[in-house]
Design a protein around this ligand. Structure first.
Ligand SMILES: Nc1nc2c(ncn2[C@@H]2O[C@H](COP(=O)(O)OP(=O)(O)OP(=O)(O)O)[C@@H](O)[C@H]2O)c(=O)[nH]1
Ligand SMILES: [Mg+2]
Length: 264
C-alpha cells in the first residue's frame, strides 16, 4: 500500500500525492477535467497537445495529474504512435497511476467508439479496469434527465462500459470549475476505489506478468489433464476417453465438463 493518507487532514505530515491519469478519445474534455480537478489552468485546451503532468492541491488532497494525449477513432488497430503515447503517459506517473479517469462526453456513445476504447484498454491488460472510473464531461447537458436515465437510454455499449467499471462514474461540468462540490465528490469516489484496491496503484508490468502466469498455468493444467486421461484411456477397456474443448472454453472429457480452478 503506498497511499495510506491521500487526504491531508491538517496534520503537519505531507501526504503522498494521489496520482491520477486522465485518458480518453481526442476532444472529449480530458484537459478540462484536469483543470477542473486542480482548480487552475494547468493544461491547455487548444487541442492536440502531448501528454503532460501537473501537480497541485485540491480539496485538501495533494494531487499529481497526468493528462494523456487523446486517442483516435481506429477501431481495428491501435497505431504505433498512439501506443507509444499511452506508454509515455503511464511513465509520467511513475510508479503508476492510482486511478485512471476515463473521459466520456455526455453524448451518444457509438459502437465504434466502444470498439476503439476497448482496443486501447486491452493494451493496458484486463487488470486496468480495477483502477478505472468513468468521468462524464459536458455535465451542463444533463438538464431534465438524470445520469441514470442517460446510461439507460444511450444503449448497450455504454452499459458494457459501466459494467467494466463496476458502475464507478462521476459527472463533471467543466464550464463551472468554481463548483468545488463536484470535485470533492469525484475525489471521494477516487479514494473509495483506492481503498477497495488496498491502496495499490496500477502497474502495467505487474498485470502483464500476471496474465502471462495465468495463461502458462492454464496451458500446463490442460496438458496434465489430457495426459492423465490419455493414460486412463490406454488402461481402461471399452471406455474411450475423448478430450475436446467445449464451446464455452472449458475442457470436456467423456462429456464431463472439467472446471479449471486457479490459485494465483
Ligand atoms: N459545455 C462544455 N464544454 C466542455 C466541457 N468540457 C470540455 N468542454 C469543451 O470541449 C472542448 C475540448 O476540451 P479539452 O479539455 O481541450 O478536450 P481534450 O480531450 O483535452 O482535447 P485533446 O487534448 O485535443 O484531445 C473545449 O472547447 C472545452 O471547452 C464541459 O463539461 N461542458
Ligand atoms: Mg487536451
Amino acid at each position: 500500500m503506498d497511499n495510506r493518507n491521500a487526504k491531508n487532514n491538517g496534520n503537519d505530515q505531507v501526504a503522498p500525492p494521489l496520482r491520477l491519469l486522465i485518458v480518453g478519445q481526442k476532444r472529449t474534455g480530458k484537459s478540462s477535467v484536469g483543470n477542473t480537478i486542480l482548480g487552475k489552468e494547468a493544461f491547455n485546451t487548444w487541442g492536440g497537445a502531448k501528454s503532460a503532468v501537473a501537480h497541485g492541491e485540491s480539496e485538501g488532497r495533494q494531487l499529481m495529474v497526468v493528462d494523456a494525449c487523446g486517442w483516435g477513432t481506429n477501431e481495428n488497430l491501435v497505431p504505433k504512435q498512439e501506443k507509444l503515447e499511452l506508454f509515455n503517459a503511464l511513465s509520467l506517473c511513475e510508479p503508476g497511476p492510482h486511478i485512471l479517469l476515463l473521459v466520456i462526453p455526455l453524448l451518444h456513445f457509438s459502437h465504434s467508439e466502444k470498439a476503439a476504447l476497448q482496443k486501447r484498454m486491452e493494451i493496458l491488460t484486463e487488470g486496468v479496469w480495477r483502477h478505472t472510473m468513468v468521468v462524464f464531461t459536458l455535465g451542463d447537458r444533463l438538464r431534465d434527465c438524470s445520469i441514470q436515465d442517460h446510461i439507460q437510454t444511450v444503449g448497450k455499449d455504454l452499459q458494457w462500459l459501466m459494467e467494466k467499471c463496476r458502475y464507478r462514474y462521476h459527472v463533471l461540468n467543466n464550464k463551472t470549475p468554481q463548483d468545488r462540490q463536484q470535485v470533492s465528490g469525484l475525489l471521494d469516489r477516487v479514494e473509495d476505489m483506492l481503498m477497495e484496491n488496498g491502496g495499490w496503484h496500477f502497474s502495467l508490468h505487474m498485470y502483464c506478468r500476471l496474465e502471462e502466469e495465468w495463461s502458462r498455468r492454464e496451458r500446463e493444467m490442460k496438458e496434465r489433464i489430457l495426459e492423465r486421461h490419455d493414460e486412463a484411456g490406454k488402461t481402461s477397456r471399452g471406455l474411450a476417453v475423448i478430450p475436446n474443448h467445449s464451446q464455452k472454453g472449458g475442457l470436456r472429457v467423456n462429456d464431463t465438463l472439467l472446471k479449471l480452478v486457479y490459485h494465483g
